[in-house]
Design a protein around this ligand. Structure first.
Ligand code: ATP
Length: 194
């Protein structure tokens, strides 16, 4: 079975995916794939440099992530261009890795922040949305060292809680304690594996 795990910034996706991994799920992490496709010398990095300026590539060939983020998240059009360059590459690798995880583990979990926004729900059988009130999301992201204005801007560009919940087969409420979240994960795992 293939489970898509999504949620807004700071909602608790990584927290839930760690809990699922401890249960025995195989995790495919879209953020990790996104970092891999922009390694020095990669075709995606070359395409990004064409679009956002050669100076986003540092002297050692690596990506200047902050500079790319500043330019790519400056307005909706730039963000769309970033996504058009990166999302097909992420999707292709994710498809292969989900298949491999499905063969090796009882359940494959695809952790993807923009699962709903990018139409990648078709890659999975079940969609699980991790949910927390917006102010809790912002507080947690800021506590982790992110800039509050950046967090709010990202949230505006992500699906609304309502859109995400309408795509969900299961919601995990991560608005309170980790114990409560763990209990919900335990219940889901039992349901899936029984
Ligand atoms: P991002 O979109 O930024 O990658 P995420 O959705 O993966 O975030 P996490 O990294 O799991 O979210 O959680 C964000 C922060 O909130 C982390 O520092 C995490 O330890 C903390 N956190 C998550 N869930 C809870 C909870 N129920 N109670 C307290 N802190 C929590």
């Amino acid at each position: 079975m293939r489970v898509g795990l999504t949620g807004g910034i700071g909602s608790g996706k990584s927290t839930v995916s760690t809990m699922l991994a401890r249960k025995g799920a195989g995790i495919v992490d879209a953020d990790e794939i996104a970092r891999r496709i922009v390694e020095p010398g990669s075709p995606v990095l070359a395409r990004l440099a064409e679009e956002f300026g050669e100076d986003i590539v540092l002297a050692d060939g690596s990506l200047n992530r902050q500079l790319l983020a500043d330019r790519a998240f400056a307005d909706e059009r730039s963000t769309r261009h970033l996504n058009e360059i990166t999302h097909p590459a992420i999707r292709e690798i994710a498809e292969a890795e989900i298949s491999a995880a499905e063969a090796a583990y009882p359940i494959a979990v695809y952790e993807m922040p923009l699962l709903v926004e990018t139409g990648q729900v078709s890659l999975v059988d079940i969609v699980v949305v991790v949910d927390a009130p917006e102010e809790v999301q912002v507080q947690r992201a800021v506590d982790r060292g992110l800039n509050e204005a950046d967090v709010r801007r990202r949230m505006e560009q992500q699906a609304s809680r309502a859109d995400r919940s309408s795509a969900a087969d299961h919601m995990i409420d991560n608005g309170t304690t980790l114990e409560s979240t763990q209990a919900q994960v335990d219940a889901l795992w039992s349901e899936w594996t029984s």
